[in-house]
Design a protein around this ligand. Structure first.
Ligand code: NAP
Ligand code: GDD
Length: 350
């Protein structure tokens, strides 16, 4: 009998980590995830995947650790000996990175180097995925692809540029199979509540239910290329199955403004967004990224990956899930939301 492949995922409790864990378990992998010790449980996005480790069927294992602790990365990798490492952990909020620049640089930037160095020190021949970001392009106008120069506009963007280059450097210096997935914004019903799409779709559900009457927002002119996160997890996996390590953009190629996303979300629930949305300068950033629209033709050509969910359709999916979540309380919906991809049970969180 061939042994199941082992994957190690940092950031497994986040949006992308939960979709990737589902995908890999579905493919028969043994999945190991890094979680941070907290005084409360923070595993809501993966609870539906967890089987007690005493059960012989258990294939998901969680380990305490933090990307700020390089020694822990070494001990964990030597114990687990994974075939594939996915580095998804980061302080991932751009606005917060202006408030916590040092912490963001330490985890989002140097954290990647700690993990790469741990792979090197343990001598593992595993494949490494780095969660790079379209935020690295920053002020460089769209369309952006793998050849577009970086011009980060936030401590987060700058930290991701460092992580990108250190990944490339370990590939060139030590012959590692280390790749950068340069992912444009991707969202889902599992998206963190302070990112703009989820903030909007959650507010739509609450306004519709009479539980909220106003929504305070920042810059409505920003253009983003919003795709569906479950599809992007598939793209990450495909990058690590390629014959040779390379860097890839994943995006839908469609850019819409925050205002357009508001319109798509509110009108889907029969509401007029202009009656509820108010401006609050606290949500502006000291430097903004005006427009991100990706060109993912390399991923389509070399990996056979193409986004199928457009931003306006995504808005409708997220609004439906948030309305359903409010009606039924917290819990999981164990049914596929979209056809054409592996089953993804969607989170119900109010
Ligand atoms: P997310 O929901 O914010 O999840 C971030 C994850 O990182 C969480 O599991 C978090 O753990 C963990 N984490 C944070 N700091 C850590 C540390 N010091 N040590 C260990 N774990 C830590 O982010 P996401 O949307 O899933 O994104 C996944 C990755 O892709 C991130 O690196 C993000 O920057 C990058 N990315 C995201 C997008 C996007 O549009 N979603 C686009 C491009 C790139 P806790 O649960 O304990 O907080
Ligand atoms: N969060 C937030 N809240 N954003 C707002 C608001 C608000 O009230 N009002 C307007 N915006 C604008 C922001 O200024 C930004 O231009 C846009 O909405 C999107 O903001 P976010 O959803 O916070 O995402 P982001 O584009 O800054 O960053 C996300 O995408 C990156 C990839 O391009 C994050 O997921 C990053 O981790 C990721 O790398």
């Amino acid at each position: 009998m061939t042994q199941a492949k082992k994957a190690f995922i940092t950031g497994i409790t986040g949006q992308d980590g939960s979709y990737l864990a589902e995908l890999l378990l579905g493919k028969g992998y043994e999945v190991h995830g890094l979680i941070r010790r907290a005084s409360t449980f923070n595993t809501a996005r993966i609870d539906h995947l967890y089987v007690d480790s005493h059960n012989p069927d258990a294939r998901l294992f969680l380990h305490y650790g933090d990307l700020s602790d390089g020694a822990r990365m070494v001990t964990l990798l030597s114990e687990i000996r994974p075939d594939e490492v996915y580095n998804l952990a980061a302080q991932s909020h751009v606005r917060v990175s202006f408030d916590e620049p040092e912490h963001t640089g330490d985890t989002t930037g140097v954290g990647a180097m700690r993990l790469l160095e741990a792979v090197r020190l343990t001598g593992l021949h595993c494949r490494y995925y780095q969660a790079s970001s379209s935020e690295m392009f920053g002020a460089t106008p769209p369309p952006q692809n793998e050849e577009t120069p970086f011009y980060p506009r936030s401590p987060y963007g700058a930290a991701k540029v460092y992580a990108y280059w250190v990944t490339k450097n370990y590939r060139e210096a030590y012959g590692m199979f280390a790749v950068n997935g340069i992912l444009f914004n991707h969202e889902s019903p599992r998206r963190g509540e302070t990112f703009v799409t989820r903030k909007i779709t959650r507010a739509v559900a609450r306004i519709k239910a009479g539980r909220q009457s106003e929504l305070y927002m920042g810059n409505l002119d920003a253009i983003r290329d919003w795709g569906y996160a479950a599809e992007y997890a598939e793209g990450m996996w495909r990058m690590l199955q390629a014959d040779a390590p390379d860097d890839f953009v994943l995006a839908t190629g469609i850019g819409i403004t925050v205002r357009d996303f508001l319109e798509a979300s509110f009108s889907h629930a029969g509401l007029d967004w202009q009656k509820y949305v108010k401006f609050d300068p606290r949500y502006l950033r000291p430097t903004e990224v005006d427009a991100l629209i990706g060109d993912a033709s390399k991923a389509e050509e070399k990996l056979g990956w193409k986004a199928t969910v457009a931003p306006d359709e995504l808005a409708r999916i997220m609004v439906d899930c948030d309305i359903e979540a409010l009606e039924h309380g917290d819990g999981y919906i164990d049914q596929p939301r979209l056809s054409g991809w592996p089953l993804h049970s969607e989170l119900r969180r109010g």
